[in-house]
Design a protein around this ligand. Structure first.
Ligand code: FMN
Length: 182
C-alpha cells in the first residue's frame, strides 16, 4: 500500500478533540488541498473559510443545539446529547465550505480533500453537515455577515479538524458493494 492509500484507509470520523489548535502551516496545507479539488468544468464553485475563533465556533454550536432542542422531532437532539451535548465535539477548527447553488458534488469532493489532508498530517477530522444548522435560524444572517459571505453563496459542507483524543477505528469497508464487469 502506498502513503495515499494508507491515508484513505486510516481516516475515520473523529468526534473527540483535545484543545490544541493545529499549527497554522498544517491548516494552510489543508486549505490548499481543499482548493486543489477537481470541479465540473473547473468552475471551482466554492469558498473555503477556516475558523479557529473558539468563541465563534462555540456560538454556532450553542445556536445549533438550541435549534435542535426546539425541533419537533427530538431524535437528533437526543443523539447529540448522548454524544456529549455539542454539535462540533469541541473541535478547535472548522473548515466551512460555501458553494454556488447546485454544486453539492463539488463541495463534497472539497470536504474529502480536507479530511484526507488532515489525516495525512496526523490530525482528526469529521465531515459535518450539521454546521448548516446555525445558518438556518434567527442568527443565520449575522453569522454570514461575520464570515463575510457575499450574496449568492450558500452553505455546502463543513469539516471539523483538530488533534484527536485517543485513536478511532476506520469503518470496515464493505467490499460486497464493489463489482467488476470484465
Ligand atoms: C455528507 C456527510 C455529512 C456528515 N455529517 C456529519 C455530522 O453532521 N456530524 C457527524 O458527527 N458526522 C457526520 N458525518 C460523518 C459520518 O457519520 C461518518 O463519515 C460515517 O458514520 C462513517 O464513519 P467514518 O467516517 O468513520 O468512516 C458526515 C459524513 C458525510 C459524508
Amino acid at each position: 500500500m502506498n502513503e495515499t492509500l494508507r491515508t484513505i484507509a486510516n481516516r475515520y470520523a473523529c468526534r473527540s478533540y483535545d484543545n490544541r489548535l493545529p499549527e497554522k502551516e498544517k491548516l494552510e496545507a489543508i486549505a490548499l488541498a481543499a482548493v486543489q479539488a477537481p470541479s465540473a468544468l473547473n468552475r471551482q464553485p466554492w469558498q473555503v473559510v477556516v475558523i479557529t475563533d473558539k468563541s465563534f465556533i462555540e456560538e454556532m454550536d450553542a445556536e445549533g443545539m438550541r435549534l435542535l432542542a426546539e425541533a419537533e422531532d427530538q431524535s437528533t437532539y437526543e443523539r447529540f446529547m448522548s454524544r456529549g451535548g455539542t454539535l462540533y465535539y469541541n473541535a478547535p477548527c472548522m473548515f466551512l465550505v460555501f458553494k454556488k447553488p447546485g454544486t453539492d458534488m463539488d463541495s463534497g469532493i472539497v470536504s474529502a480533500n480536507i479530511s484526507l489532508a488532515a489525516t495525512s498530517l496526523g490530525l482528526g477530522s469529521v465531515i459535518c453537515a450539521m454546521a448548516a444548522l446555525p445558518f438556518t435560524g434567527s442568527k443565520g444572517d449575522s453569522f454570514k455577515k461575520k464570515i463575510g459571505l457575499p450574496d449568492g453563496w450558500e452553505f455546502g459542507i463543513s469539516v471539523l479538524v483538530g488533534y484527536p483524543i485517543g485513536t478511532g477505528t476506520p469503518h470496515e469497508p464493505d467490499t460486497t458493494k464493489i463489482r467488476f464487469i470484465e
